[in-house]
Unconditional design. Sequence first.
Length: 130
Amino acid sequence: MSGYRSVIKATAIALWALAHLISSIGLWCRNLYNIVIRLIGQVNNMALLKQRITETINVSESGKQYSEILDRVYHGEEQIIIEKNGIPLAAIVPLSVVRDAEARQRERVRSSLREVHAAFAHVPEDELES
C-alpha cells in the first residue's frame, strides 16, 4: 500500500510541476493547464479512495448482513461492493464520499460557467442575445 501511495504522490508532484511550468511559460494552451490541474485532482481522489478498505459481497449475503455492513461502513470508513453472479450492482459507501462527489460536481459546473463567462467577457452586452 505504501508503494502505491508513493507512486500517487510522485505523479501528483510531477503533474503539479508540469502545470506550473505551463503556467509560467505562458503557453497559449490554457486548456492544457486546466486539464493537468484536473488530473492532479483525480490522482489525489484515487489516493483517498485507495485508502478505504473495499470489500465485495454477493447480494444474498448482503441481505443477511445488512445491519452489520452499515455499521462497518459508518464506523470503519469501509466501502462495500454488492455483486450478483460476479457482476457489481451497487456500492455502500460512507456519506462523505457522496457529499464529496456532489461538491466536486458543483465545482465543475461553476468552473464551466466561469469559463463560458470569461469567453464572452469581451462581447458588448448589446450584442448578446437575451
